[in-house]
Design a protein around this ligand. Structure first.
Ligand code: CA
Length: 221
């Protein structure tokens, strides 16, 4: 059983989500405004946050930003009011782990909640600093040390760097990376993996990640 914080100001949707998630065996708490949500996210003890964007008090983006600033690593699935690419990008760059556009299928949300909870509980314990070759990745601060500098990584960059470094020397396909880092199928024609590999190369070094033609990418030992 997981403890879910559901932040949604529309009572009908909030109650639908809470009932559904309770039926799935989770314990749920509902907050209807951003200020209460932020307080609960930082001081409460939850396993996952389902966060609406349009909220009274503070909007979802602000809740996300402030809780990440306060050091919270609570997994967050954002609910965007429409299929808005700008909102999605803002949410993901702001540290959301996943998003769903309204209207969404409850079954799909349940599947994503499961996936996020599984990822959160399976993140490797111990080793707080991963070192491969000249690159160091600090899991506590989500920063990398490479090319003689310290780099801040976005949430996605960090997860991507982590899967590369824990599988250094192995070729990882775009599909494997998409599934691990983004958790579901983007548009199959999406170049999001290539774009993020590009971001990582700038920070970790151009030679850190090799392109293996027709296969994917390999982090060099
Ligand atoms: Ca709303």
């Amino acid at each position: 059983m997981a403890r879910l914080l559901i932040v949604e100001d529309e009572p009908r949707i909030a109650s639908f989500l809470a009932k559904g998630m309770t039926a799935e065996g989770h314990q749920t708490t509902v907050a209807g405004d951003g200020i209460m949500a932020l307080d609960l996210a930082i001081h409460g003890s939850f396993d996952l946050l389902i966060l609406d964007i349009g909220l009274p008090g503070l909007d979802g983006f602000e809740v996300l930003r402030r809780m990440r600033d306060a050091g919270s690593e609570l997994p967050v699935i954002v609910l965007t009011a429409r299929d808005s690419v700008a909102d999605t990008v803002t949410a993901l760059e702001g540290g959301a782990d996943d998003y769903m556009s309204k209207p969404f299928s409850f079954a799909e949300l349940v599947a994503r909640v499961r996936l996020r909870l599984r990822q959160a509980s399976s993140s490797p314990p111990g080793e707080e600093v991963l070192t491969v070759g000249e690159v160091r990745l600090d899991r506590r601060t989500r920063r990398a040390i490479a090319q003689g500098k310290e780099w801040d990584l976005s949430a996605r960059e960090f997860v991507l760097a982590e899967i590369f470094m824990t599988n250094a020397g192995q070729v990882l396909s775009r599909e494997q990376l998409l599934e691990h880092v983004w958790g579901y199928d983007f548009d199959p024609g999406s170049n999001v993996v290539d774009v993020y590999v590009g971001y990582l190369r700038k920070k970790l070094g151009a030679d850190a990640i090799a392109t293996v033609r027709g296969m994917g990418y390999r982090f060099n030992r």
